[in-house]
Design a protein around this ligand. Sequence first.
Ligand SMILES: N[C@@H](CCC(=O)N[C@@H](CS)C(=O)NCC(=O)O)C(=O)O
Length: 304
Amino acid sequence: MADAPDPALNQPAGYVPPRVWTWDKENGGQFASINRPISGATHEKLLPVGEHPLQLYSLGTPNGVKVTIMLEELLAGGFSGAEYDAWRIDISKGDQFGSGFTEINPNSKIPAMMDHSTSPPTRLFESGSILFYLAEKFGAFLPTEHHARAETMNWLMWQMGAAPFLGGGFGHFFSYAPFKIEYAIDRYAMEVKRQYHVLDTQLGKTEYVAGDEYTIADMAIWPWYGAVAKGAAYPGAAEFLATDEYANVARWVELVGRREGVQRGRMVNRSAGDPATQLRERHAARDFEDNTEDKVIARGGERI
Ligand SMILES: N[C@@H](CCC(=O)N[C@@H](CS)C(=O)NCC(=O)O)C(=O)O
């Protein structure tokens, strides 16, 4: 009786889970071809290493952009030691399963980074860990005062725990799943709207997320919650979630989005939108002027 589908629910009916799940077919939906139930490398591939101490292997998705915003903010703030090479990892082609990449990140997800200024070099994965590492290394965007520092870490960790509900939960079922499942979309829309309310309430009290200073917490949260709020991720999602209800979030999205470091960081390893705003790889500051996708194409290069 428990397995009988309720016709009042708009969901695919008739699935009875077996006792033990087996990997016998692709699950459909966007990105199905890169999903596997095992970790590790699928092929041998060394990663390139450029001339700067910091080597980033990433893509211009919200998780990738957190780190490129931080690096561009550090450079804009005069920290020349933050010069970096950003190599493009095409996750739709399975680059994250190459042996060189999995040696840095056994979890096979961008962003991943190596710091060659230490001996031996330091491997880094998980965007929150990378932001914290860079903030400590350069002494920037992480307050030193006890309460402000704790509050920054509170919001950084909030992002790491909350965003999978926005992306992997809501975004997946709203945009990528092979069919619309009302139960799943309802569950995640409810949670994501609650999260926006949390953020909006906080931003009604403070200028930036963790207080009156711009920190790594803003850099982590903005690429996800800012992108969805202003309609730049998951078509139709901003209207569906009525994100215009969150006026304090809208104020902060504008405030952070105006920063030069943010605008530059968003361009790095990006492969969607206006070609003038895409930089497939970044090896020097002049790349923002010389090597945007429109210029590469104008010189006869192939579209990424
Ligand atoms: N918690 C991780 C999430 C990273 C993540 O999910 N990266 C996605 C792109 S936004 C990825 O590499 N996906 C490839 C895959 O799942 O195979 C972080 O914040 O670094």
